[in-house]
Design a protein around this ligand. Structure first.
Ligand SMILES: [Zn+2]
Length: 672
C-alpha cells in the first residue's frame, strides 16, 4: 500500500473452507480436499489439502492457485456483470458513465492495438526534450503525478510522532526488478540478462534499433543497480524506527544537492510544507550523487523505460506480451495471459475502486454480514484480553498498556462510510491510456492534498471487492473489505468450529498485527512510542526469535529457505491468531453454542484445525515460490499451517499425535 511509508499493511490472502459449496459435509469442511493416505501428525497441511491439491492444478494463467483465488474468481464474475451492465446503461448515473466507459475503453482491444504506443508518444517525447539536468526535477514531478515509478516515491502518511496528522514522505523506489537483491547477488545473473533483453525489446517497440536499444538497456540497469545498492532491504524496512527520519525540506535539499527538491515539490502541486519524513536518508544522498554522475541521456533512458514499464499493460499487444513474458512467465512461471475481461475488471477496480465498490456492495454484500462480523470480532477481542491477562512472561505494567491498545482498536467492516467522489475524473470513450492516467492523477493528488491535514481514519485502503484484510498500525484499526465477508467465505449457517478456524483465525491474525514485532512499537493512538518495560521487551524478543528461527528452517523448494525475519510479523500473527480463535472455540463448546459431538467424523477441535488448514490449500509454481520467498512477508500456505500447528499442544491432543512426530515440535514457540 503506497499510502504508508511503512510497508506493513498486512496483505492476508484468505478464503475459508468451502462452507456449503461444493461439499456435501454437514460441518462445512471440504471432505474431498482431505488426503486420507497422509497421517495428520506427519504433515497436517498435506492431510487437510492433499486431495484439493491433486484436484486443482494451477490454471495456465496463474503462477499459484489456492482457495483465495477461487473466491477472487467469483468476485470477478460479479464485477464483470456490474461493469457490462454499466457499459450498457451509461446514461443511468454518473457512476455508470465512469466505470462503464472505462471498462469499455479497456475491452476495446482492437482499438487499443491499433493505437500502438501513440497514446504515450507525446509523454515520451517530452522526456527526450528535457534540455538540462536542472529541468529534471520538474519533469519527474509530472511523471510521478501520472503514477510513473521512477527514482523515488513521494506521498503522504500519518506522522508517527502524532498519528492524527498527515505529513509528506519521500522514500526509496525506482527499481524494475521485484527486489533490490536481484541486482546484487551473483546467483541472479540470468535474471539480469533476461531483464536487459526485456528492456531492450521494449525500446525496440518504440522504434529504437537493436544495438542502440541494447546499449540503452545497460545504462538503465546500471542506474537501477546504484539505486538498489542505496536501498534498505525488506527485512530492515520492517523496523519502523529506521524509516522514521523527519527533517526540514531545506535539510533534504542539503542532503541531495544535485536535485532540486524545491522545483520538484512545486511540480507535484502538493500543499506547501516545511518538514517531512525522509524514510531512507542515505538513499537520497546516493540518488543525488547518481544524478550528478550520470549523463542526461542516460537519465532520459531510465525515465523512458519506466514510463513504458508503467503503462505497458495498457498498450497494444506487443507491449502487453513483452511485459507478460518477463514479469509473469519468466519471473513467476505463468504460462498464459489472463483473458482480457479479467485484466479489464482488475484495472477498473484499481482505477475507480470506490465507484465499482459501491455497486459491488449493493449486489453482493448482504446487510447482516456487517453485524455478524462485528460480533465475531468482539468475541475474538474478548479472548485476546483474556490471553494478555494470562501471560506469565509479561509484567502488569506492560499488560495494562497492551490492554489499553487492544481497547483502542477500531474495526472497519465491509466498505468505507464515505465513498470517493470521482466526478472530477474525466473518462473518455476509447482512450484507455488517458483514462488510466486521469484516474492515477486523481488518486495521487488526493493523497498529496492530505499533507498538513488531520488523518481521515474512516478511509479504506482496499477496494470493497478485495479478498483480503489489513491492520493499520498508524491508525490502530483492522479493516475487512466486503470481498472476504460473504458466503462461502464464512457462513452464518455453518458449524462455528469451522467458522472459527476460518474467519475467526483471520480476525485474530489482523488483531495480532497490532502486537507483532512491528505493530507493538506503536501505541493505542498509532504513535511510534515504546510502551514496554525493558524486561518485557527482552522476553518478547526471545519468544519472537523462536518463531523466526523455526520458519527460517522451512524449505518450500529445494535449495531455498524461508526468511524467518522477513516473515516474522505474519507468522507471529498466524500463531497468535489461531490461538485466539481456538480460545473462542473452547468458550463456544463450554457455553453450548458449538456442537460437542462429532460431525463428519471429526471432533469440534479437529473441525477447527481442518477449517483453518483448508484456508491455505494452494499449488504454486517453483518460479513463483523463489520470487515470493524474497519479496512476500507471508509464508507459503504449507508453512502457515504446519508452522502453526507444530507449536500447539492443543493440536497434538486434538489429533492424538505423540512426541517425536513432525507436527509436535520439541521446541514449541509461543509469543502471545
Ligand atoms: Zn497479516
Amino acid at each position: 500500500m503506497r499510502v504508508y511509508h511503512l510497508a506493513f499493511v498486512l496483505g492476508l490472502l484468505v478464503s475459508s473452507a468451502l462452507l456449503g459449496q461444493g461439499t456435501s459435509s454437514s460441518s462445512g469442511i471440504d471432505l474431498k480436499s482431505i488426503d486420507p493416505a497422509v497421517n495428520p501428525c506427519q504433515n497436517f497441511y498435506l492431510y487437510a489439502c492433499g486431495g484439493w491439491m491433486k484436484a486443482n492444478p494451477i490454471p495456465p494463467q496463474y503462477s499459484r492457485w489456492g482457495r483465495f483465488n477461487e473466491l477472487a474468481e467469483r468476485n470477478q464474475e460479479v464485477l464483470r456483470e456490474i461493469l457490462d451492465d454499466s457499459a450498457r446503461h451509461l446514461d443511468r448515473s454518473l457512476i455508470d458513465q465512469k466505470i462503464g466507459t472505462f471498462y469499455s475503453s479497456c475491452m476495446n482491444e482492437s482499438g487499443v492495438d491499433k493505437a500502438g504506443y501513440t497514446p504515450i508518444k507525446s509523454a515520451l517525447e517530452r522526456i527526450q526534450a528535457i534540455p538540462e539536468k536542472a529541468e529534471l526535477a520538474f519533469e519527474l514531478a509530472r511523471l510521478h503525478n501520472q503514477g510513473v515509478d521512477a527514482f523515488f516515491r513521494f506521498n503522504s502518511t500519518p506522522d508517527s510522532d502524532n498519528a492524527r496528522m498527515t505529513i509528506a514522505n519521500v522514500d526509496q523506489s525506482g527499481l524494475g526488478l521485484p527486489d533490490r537483491s536481484y541486482y546484487l547477488e551473483a546467483k541472479d545473473g540470468e535474471t539480469r540478462e533476461k531483464y536487459l533483453a526485456h528492456i531492450s525489446s521494449m525500446f525496440q517497440l518504440i522504434g529504437i534499433p537493436q544495438p542502440d536499444a541494447d546499449a540503452r538497456a545497460k545504462t538503465v540497469l546500471a542506474i537501477e543497480t546504484s539505486l538498489a545498492k542505496a536501498s534498505l532491504d525488506r527485512t530492515a524496512r520492517r523496523n519502523p524506527h529506521l524509516l522514521h527520519n523527519k527533517m526540514t525540506a531545506l535539510q533534504l535539499s542539503a542532503l541531495a544537492p544535485s536535485f532540486s527538491f524545491k522545483r520538484y515539490f512545486e511540480g507535484t502541486n502538493a500543499p506547501v510544507f516545511d518538514s517531512l519524513n525522509v524514510a531512507v536518508p542515505d538513499f537520497f544522498k546516493n540518488f543525488s550523487a547518481l544524478i550528478d554522475s550520470s549523463s542526461l541521456d542516460d537519465l532520459k533512458n531510465y525515465l523512458t523505460w519506466h514510463y513504458l514499464n508503467n503503462y505497458a499493460a495498457e498498450l497494444s499487444k506487443p507491449f502487453v506480451d513483452a511485459d507478460f513474458d518477463f514479469y509473469q512467465r519468466f519471473l513467476n512461471g505463468a504460462k498464459e495471459l489472463l483473458p482480457r475481461w479479467k485484466r479489464c475488471v482488475q484495472l477498473t477496480d484499481r482505477s475507480l475502486g470506490d465507484a465499482v465498490g459501491q455497486k459491488y456492495v449493493e449486489k453482493a454484500f448482504p446487510g447482516q454480514s456487517k453485524e455478524r462480523t462485528r460480533q465475531l470480532v468482539s468475541i475474538i477481542e474478548k479472548e485476546m484480553a483474556a490471553d494478555i491477562d494470562s501471560l506469565t512472561w509479561m509484567s502488569a505494567a506492560t499488560k495494562e498498556q497492551a490492554l489499553a491498545k487492544l481497547k483502542g482498536v477500531t474495526n472497519k467492516i465491509g466498505y468505507p462510510e464515505k465513498w470517493k467522489d470521482y466526478s472530477t475524473v474525466s473518462v473518455i470513450d476509447n482512450n484507455l491510456i488517458v483514462d488510466v492516467r486521469n484516474a492515477r492523477e486523481f488518486e495521487i493528488q488526493r493523497s498529496l492534498n492530505k499533507i498538513g491535514k488531520a488523518v481521515d481514519r474512516a478511509e479504506f485502503n482496499m477496494t470493497p471487492p478485495t479478498v483480503n484484510a489489513y491492520y493499520n498500525p498508524l491508525q490502530n484499526n483492522i479493516n475487512f473489505p466486503a470481498g472476504i465477508l460473504q458466503p462461502p467465505f464464512y457462513s452464518v449457517n455453518a458449524d462455528m468450529a469451522v467458522n472459527f478456524g476460518g474467519i475467526g483465525a483471520v480476525i485474530g491474525h489482523e488483531l495480532t498485527h497490532g502486537f507483532d514485532d512491528q505493530g507493538r512499537q506503536f501505541d493505542a493512538d498509532g504513535n511510534l512510542r515504546d510502551w514496554w518495560t525493558a524486561k518485557d521487551n527482552d522476553e518478547f524478543k526471545k519468544r519472537a526469535d523462536c518463531i523466526a528461527n523455526e520458519y527460517s528452517g522451512f524449505s518450500p523448494v529445494e535449495g531455498v529457505n524461508l526468511n524467518g525475519r522477513l516473515t516474522l510479523g505474519e507468522n507471529g500473527a498466524d500463531n497468535a491468531g489461531i490461538r485466539l480463535a481456538f480460545m473462542a472455540l473452547i468458550s463456544g463448546i463450554e457455553d453450548g453454542s458449538i456442537h460437542k459431538e462429532k460431525l463428519d467424523g471429526f471432533t469440534p477441535q479437529q473441525r477447527f484445525f481442518l477449517g483453518y488448514a483448508q484456508i491455505w490449500c494452494q499449488n504454486q509454481r517453483p518460479e513463483a515460490v523463489k520470487n515470493l520467498v524474497r519479496t512476500d512477508p507471508h509464508s507459503p500456505g504449507e508453512f502457515r499451517v504446519d508452522g502453526v500447528v507444530q507449536n500447539m499442544p492443543e493440536f497434538s491432543s486434538a489429533f492424538s499425535c505423540s512426541e517425536g512426530q513432525p507436527m509436535v515440535s520439541a521446541n514449541a514457540c509461543r509469543v502471545w
